[in-house]
Write a protein that binds this ligand. Structure first.
Ligand code: ADP
Ligand code: MG
Length: 369
């Protein structure tokens, strides 16, 4: 079968952890990953992070403030593009120029059961500012056709996993955690498992003023309370079969508010790992290994809790040569190319959409192709 012409795409992701923008370059025909290029993370400064936090949720901020934050966010993405292009040129002057940007934007509301998912970010402005064509709005069409609108990285995980022995599970621990199970054939299943870093981050921030539990140090100095973990896991979400997805704040740290900072961190860490373990009940066959991407793989307490809970090999994706901080951004580069070629971005087994679903909105570069 003749494939599509390979393109070079740059993907941009601003995740629910609110830590910053991940950017990554990929060469792909929309089916296969031909070559992985440079990647970078640009952290948000504290002031912008708080401003972004202020527009999360439904109608908490004025429309004017939300629009102003969307514009500022877009211009920060344009800067991330410029700095990644400079890094790419410096590192590999021969790498083909970028044809297309995949711009996820930042999710401010995700309530699939109400038919609502909203990402802020202005694709037209990004195309004008960078001079490169942009695809944005990856989720709304999936939602309009009965899907959860999330997770969207699974088709990319599937493309990468073709080279691996399967079944394999790719676990992305961002603000929310999501799993992609890839079977020995091309079968795939994906859903959000539960909380990722956001719950731990929020607890640690409230308890210590620090933005995260670096390397899981606080959790490792505490003791997980089994009764609290069990109570937290006794939530209907974990019994619900996939497809299913979560918003950043669907789980709150209230249940540990009576604990010390260290015990609270240990308990929420064990809860997060327990939620991943609960996901196994829905997988068609036990994965040979769990490959972990996203910032959560740097949390040693969480990785240890996962090994405990899953009783199988839990490894950062670097073990198989992938870039754990860039995978989501690469996914949106991949999906931008798929969008351009009219290939599905989601499947019934990844989002619950009623059939394989195309998506994305293209903003052509002014004067460009
Ligand atoms: N060294 C570390 N120790 C513990 N947690 C970390 C570390 N580095 C990153 N993280 C966690 O990863 C998060 C960022 O992960 P990321 O994959 O970017 O998530 P998202 O896609 O939601 O933005 C941070 O907010 C933090 O919770
Ligand atoms: Mg992030």
């Amino acid at each position: 079968m003749a494939g599509h012409e390979p393109l070079t795409a740059l993907g941009l992701m601003s995740g629910t952890s609110l830590d910053g923008i991940d950017a990554a370059i990929l060469r792909t025909d929309g089916e296969r990953v031909l070559c992985v290029g440079a990647a970078a993370t640009v952290a948000y400064d504290d002031a912008f992070r708080e401003r972004l936090r202020g527009v999360l949720g439904d109608g908490r901020a004025t429309a004017g403030e939300t629009a102003a934050v969307a514009r500022a966010l877009t211009l920060k993405h344009a800067q991330a593009v410029e700095s990644l292009l400079a890094k790419s040129r410096a590192g590999d002057p021969e790498f083909p120029p970028v044809d297309l940007i995949g711009f996820h934007g930042h999710t401010i509301v995700h309530r699939p059961e109400g038919g609502v998912t909203r990402q802020i970010g202005d694709g037209a402005l990004l195309a004008r500012t960078t001079g490169i064509s942009v695809v944005d709005d990856f989720r709304s069409r999936d939602l309009a056709h009965g899907g959860e609108g999330a997770p969207l990285a699974p088709l990319y995980h599937g493309a990468l996993a073709r080279e691996l022995e399967r079944p394999v599970a790719v676990l992305n621990i961002g603000g929310v955690a999501n799993v992609t199970w890839i079977g020995a054939g091309d079968d795939i299943l994906a859903f959000d498992t539960g909380p990722g870093n956001a719950l731990i981050d929020d607890w640690v921030r409230a308890a210590t003023g620090r933005p995260m539990d670096e390397d899981g140090r606080l959790a490792r100095s505490g003791r997980a309370r089994g009764d609290v973990v069990a109570a937290l896991l006794d939530h209907p979400y974990f019994r619900r079969p996939p497809p299913k997805s979560l918003d950043r704040d669907d789980f709150a740290a209230d249940a540990v508010s009576h604990l010390s900072p260290a015990d609270g961190a240990a308990t929420l860490t064990a809860f997060t790992a327990g939620a991943v373990a609960a996901a196994r009940a829905f997988l068609p066959a036990a994965p040979l290994r769990w490959l972990v991407c996203g910032g959560g793989r740097r949390n040693r307490a969480l990785m240890a809790a996962l090994e405990d809970a899953l009783e199988t090999a839990v490894e950062p994706v670097e073990t198989v040569g992938w870039l754990g901080d860039a995978l989501e951004a690469q996914a949106f580069a991949f999906l931008a190319v798929r969008s351009l070629y009219g290939l599905p971005l989601s499947l019934p087994a990844t989002t619950g959409v009623d059939r394989p679903m195309v998506g994305g909105t293209l903003y052509k570069a002014p004067g460009g192709g």
